[in-house]
Design a protein around this ligand. Structure first.
Ligand code: ZN
Length: 180
């Protein structure tokens, strides 16, 4: 039976680690796994394989639905990181892959720096068979954090991803910061 799993949360909540954990477990279980990553870059440099710093699993950058179908091959378990950067046309592709009996694991930011649901994430969450919402630690007070607070106002939504310009915050500290 195929399925769609979504791992969501703010920045620094451990989404990529959780993805890699699930991929490793699937590998141990004898499954053929594929790990990709939504490419922020629309230029054609997609054949390149990039290394995930944190845990040394290679992920393949993907920038179109056609490319997704090509690169996943016959993998039983398909993981896609940074899925918030994909357009809505990918949703049908994920459904198709799950309907073929594959396990599709998607990880991404559920909200942008303004606390607004990020791109296609709400639509993926509605379709998911399993959802994991991870928490970071609030840099201000140490509580669980669901928000990615932007320290530098020059950035745009797509720039989420740098540790220098964002910090994890709880609802209270995020709201306090947005007032000033
Ligand atoms: Zn806080």
């Amino acid at each position: 039976m195929g399925s769609i799993e979504v791992i969501c949360g703010g920045m620094f909540s451990g989404k990529t680690e959780e993805m890699i954990r699930r991929m490793r477990r699937a590998t141990i279980g004898g499954k053929k796994v594929f790990l990709g990553k939504a490419s922020k870059d629309t230029r054609y440099d997609n054949e390149q394989v990039v290394t995930h710093n944190m845990d040394r699993m290679d992920s393949v950058p993907i920038s179109s639905v056609d490319e997704l179908y090509q690169v996943v091959g016959d993998a039983d378990v398909i993981g896609i990181d940074e899925v918030q950067f994909f357009t809505e046309e990918f949703i049908e592709a994920f459904e198709n892959l799950a309907n073929q009996g594959r396990r599709v694991i998607l990880s991404g930011l559920d909200m942008d720096y303004a606390g607004i649901p990020f791109g296609l994430m709400p639509l993926l969450l509605a379709r998911a068979n399993r959802i994991s919402k991870l928490k970071a630690v609030c840099i201000q007070c140490g509580q669980d954090a669901s928000y990615s607070y932007r320290l530098n106002s020059d950035e745009i939504q797509i720039m989420l991803g740098s540790t220098k310009t964002y910090e994890a915050r709880c609802r209270a500290c995020f709201t306090e910061g947005m007032k000033s």
